[in-house]
Design a protein around this ligand. Structure first.
Ligand code: ZN
Ligand code: ZN
Length: 155
């Protein structure tokens, strides 16, 4: 089953290929708190080749540490659906809360926990990083999530 999602008004929808893993991570950094207007943001990195989006989008470009990040919104209701950047052009950074299956999300890792709001309690056994993990550390967190899914027979 492909994973699907949409903006609030439904004018923009997307689907992710069934064979593309969707590993959601929570980022507690101050930027994510500010830009989401909430305690943390949920993202998932998926390959652009596995991601299909339909509907009219509006783009907002901003520079972060020399990198150009483009944020894509529904033109009608302005729900932010995903980001992309010029450093990893083959990837789409999905705003995971826009997934239709969002109630089933269990983040595989928590980033920037040094900035997390005090009331947020993290589940035991889920990798947590005080700042951004290295790609190797993040890969290990995903591998751990994958093996616990397999152990539970949920694949
Ligand atoms: Zn919309
Ligand atoms: Zn963040």
């Amino acid at each position: 089953m492909p994973k699907t999602g949409s903006c609030e008004c439904g004018a923009v929808t997307y689907r992710i290929a069934a064979d593309e893993p969707v590993h959601v991570y929570a980022c507690h950094c101050l930027d994510c708190q500010l830009r989401s207007g909430s305690a943390f943001a949920e993202h998932a990195m998926v390959r652009a080749a596995s991601f299909e989006c339909e509907g009219e989008l509006e783009a907002y470009r901003r520079k972060i540490e020399g990198m150009v990040s483009e944020e894509l919104f529904c033109r009608e209701c302005h729900t932010r659906l995903f980001n992309r950047n010029d450093v990893l052009p083959g990837m789409v950074f999905l705003r995971a809360g826009t997934l239709n299956e969002r109630q089933a999300i269990a983040p595989v890792a928590h980033l920037w926990t040094s900035r997390k709001q005090a009331w947020v309690m993290l589940p035991e056994g889920v990798p947590a990083f005080p700042e951004s993990p290295t790609p190797a550390e993040f890969g290990a967190a995903i591998a751990q999530a994958q093996s616990s899914v397999e152990a539970a027979g949920a694949v």
